[in-house]
Design a protein around this ligand. Sequence first.
Ligand code: FES
Length: 93
Amino acid sequence: MAKIIIKNEGISFEIPDNARLFPYLLENTSFPAGCDDGTTSICACTIIKGVENLNPKTHNEIVTLAKLNLPNSPRNRLACQIYVKKGEIELEY
Ligand code: FES
């Protein structure tokens, strides 16, 4: 199991290894539901810890994040595009 910490809500929960993160965020947090395909950026978040345990950015994610004028950093992600391999992930949105 992987541990997910949501810094700005002060909560944490667990998800299976190699799971897609977004359904669990919608179930356990106040994260906004959105397009679900990485095209609107409503789910933009910052990875504080555990970036090495995430999948690489998807094509849609790279294109959408580029429009936000954010630094090209592995810490800037779209939550709907994230798969968590294992370990502990801390993020804020
Ligand atoms: S839910 Fe639309 S970009 Fe993630």
